[in-house]
Design a protein around this ligand. Structure first.
Ligand SMILES: Nc1nc2c(ncn2[C@@H]2O[C@H](COP(=O)(O)OP(=O)(O)OP(=O)(O)O)[C@@H](O)[C@H]2O)c(=O)[nH]1
Length: 349
């Protein structure tokens, strides 16, 4: 059965990173289908909706506030309104992009999109795309936890302003981001040339190709070690020489990962996950994984953000011999040994 829900992409990134510029490039690309845009602007002086180059009817503006803290109610109304207008034939679109304010923490928005019953039946969160400025990104990560949170939440990170950044600056920032998040990192030119890279970048879908699932979970196989899951957590085992000392904000972020050889019990794993989220939800930025359950031929992919568990999805196909479950936790203000011990409890389930 085809997916009736409309895919929604959350486009985030700090103030001035280049969200509107990328969106304009994507919307005018001949390969981009029909996209409805929801723009959230902070304060009364927002102009983004005036400089986005799609027809005004295709843009819904949520102004004077930030959707992560005050305007989630508006979002709950804006999306059904767009879909009603599509049903009436007033608008044509196949996907929705929400451009957040630069100060937005994506996790509460993500929670609204997944958990709000009136939205969950209409839309499917297609992925969180976070833009990071190659010139100013390092300073922004130093100064703003929102920027760290945006980078940590991403299913895909797009480096902007690479045209005016030094090569060393880009490498340095990449290494720093890789320590925060296992998500794939591309440069803005790639996204402009091939906008489809921005879509479906989360692997939470039944027909996700195996390679995409592995990239989503483990984008950087450590070929030197011959173990594709050596970088499972997205954190390098030790800081590469060119990585700056982490900012106080990044210092609050820890991660841990686990690979389990034997098939898991679906019910018990569910209890483990609920206990984790109920007990530690405030601090859990992300849990994601691929799980092989007893008696099931294909694995199940899942992810959670803070208190939100997105409904797990069992993949239709899986080839190859590696049938180990792999789980990553990224959290703030929790030690990696604490995370590791929470994860280890899975092995006794
Ligand atoms: N050189 C260069 N400039 C860029 C790039 N992307 C964006 N800019 C410039 O950066 C400035 C901010 O870009 P916007 O697209 O408005 O950024 P934004 O993230 O939408 O900004 P806010 O909505 O204020 O958060 C503009 O002057 C853009 O022309 C890029 O890849 N390279």
């Amino acid at each position: 059965m085809s997916e009736p829900r409309v895919p929604v992409t959350l486009l985030t990134g700090f103030l001035g990173v280049g969200k509107t510029t990328l969106l304009n490039n994507v919307l005018t690309h001949p390969d981009t289908g029909r996209v409805a845009v929801v723009v959230n602007e902070f304060g009364d002086a927002g102009l983004d909706h005036e400089i986005i180059e799609v027809t005004p009817e295709d843009i819904t503006l949520l102004s004077s506030g930030c959707i992560c803290c005050s305007l989630r109610g508006d979002l709950v109304e804006a999306i059904p309104n767009l879909l009603t207008r599509r049903e009436r034939g007033e608008l044509e679109f196949d996907r929705i992009v929400i451009e957040t304010t630069g100060l937005a923490d994506p996790s509460p928005i993500q929670r609204t999109l997944i958990m709000e019953p009136s939205l969950a039946k209409l839309i499917k969160l297609d992925g969180i795309v976070t833009l990071v400025d190659a010139v100013n990104g390092a300073k922004t990560l130093d100064a703003h936890f929102e920027a760290v949170s945006q980078a940590t939440m991403a299913d895909l990170i797009v480096l902007t302003k690479t045209d005016i950044a030094e090569t060393a600056q880009i490498q340095h920032l990449r290494a720093r981001l890789e320590r925060l998040n296992a998500a794939r990192i591309i440069e803005v030119d790639e996204a402009v040339a091939q906008p489809a890279l921005l879509w479906a970048c989360s692997a939470i879908k039944q027909d996700a190709p195996q390679a995409d699932v592995l990239t989503w979970l483990t984008p950087k196989p450590d070929t030197a070690k011959g173990d594709p899951f050596a970088n499972l957590s997205g954190f390098a085992p030790s800081a590469p020489a060119n990585v700056a000392v982490l900012s106080v904000h990044e210092g609050r972020i820890e991660s841990a990962s686990l690979v389990v050889d034997k098939p898991l019990d679906r019910q018990r794993l569910g209890i483990w996950l609920s206990d984790l989220i109920m007990g530690q939800g405030e601090n859990i930025l992300r849990v994601k994984g691929i799980l092989f359950f007893k008696g099931e031929d294909t694995p199940t992919v899942f992810h959670c953000v803070q208190h939100t568990i997105e409904p797990p999805v069992q993949l239709k196909t899986w080839y190859g011999g590696d049938r180990r479950s792999k789980i990553v936790i990224i959290a703030r203000d929790m030690s990696s040994s604490r995370l590791q011990s929470l994860l280890s409890a899975i092995e006794t389930t």
